[in-house]
Write a protein that binds this ligand. Sequence first.
Ligand code: NAD
Ligand code: ZN
Length: 279
Amino acid sequence: MEPSSTEAGTPGPGLDGAHVPGLAEALPWLRLARHILVFTGAGISTESGIPDFRGPNGVWKTTDPQRYTIQSYVSDQSVRVERWRARLEGRFSDAQPNAAHLAVTRLQRAGLAPVVVTQNIDGLHQKAGTVNVIELHGTSSEAMCLDCARRMPMEVALDRVREGDEDPHCELCGGLLKTATISFGQPLVAADMDRGIDEARRCDVCLTVGSTLSVWPAAAVPVEAARHGARLVIVNEGVTDLDGMANLILSGRAGMVMTELVAAILAGGTQGRIQGPRW
Ligand code: NAD
Ligand code: ZN
């Protein structure tokens, strides 16, 4: 059963969008959408306790972004040791999905959001029950060899660190091991990006949640959707690089806004949505 995002005794979301400025006026066209592409960034997971990079409490406030590049990982052993140690401490490994992730799952189960494209590496969409998640920046649940591309569950690599190997290397080829995530400066998996762009061309609404839409090439997904005729809806606390392209900007916390937005869309029913040409 899908977990509920409302605590017992607290009121549920409004169905008319009245609690979220700008939403009520957009409902007539939002309720006509039949293929919504959800595109998420680090901001959807901050309410689960995982900091973003560029938000008010983001990682960049305390850490030098240069230490997050693939170049520094490959060339500087202290960066690798620090990264494995942080992974071992596992501060975020028990994070749970929040109301925004659950709202995305509700949208998908209603048949409106078959695919979710995320820049996140935290696996929280899947934990919330969402399927067909394209992880453009990889996943922190696996480690991989940078030379032979062999993959292994993160726990297997962490066991090596626990046993005292501060900078584990591949047992097969001697290459560097790294979380199976895309660091700055590292190319994305072309097939994942291609699928994301295909989905962007197929949707009639692209709904971005918790992203500054400033990390490339990932941001090409919402840009492509908008260029291809989809309406762009941005849910974010703070400005994004694509605000100028948006048909609707819903400012606020993703948990509250997504709960309201999805409830209001679904209150319009999912039957009889326009099957003809797109707007
Ligand atoms: P970002 O850090 O550039 O931007 C996050 C945006 O979300 C900011 O504008 C912030 O104000 C907003 N935000 C924060 N909390 C919010 C909330 N509760 N509700 C609504 N908005 C909120 O994130 P990005 O655009 O995803 O780019 C950062 C890169 O860092 C990504 O490529 C991603 O791979 C990676 N990253 C991932 C995670 C994760 O997996 N959870 C965490 C940090 C960084
Ligand atoms: Zn190897």
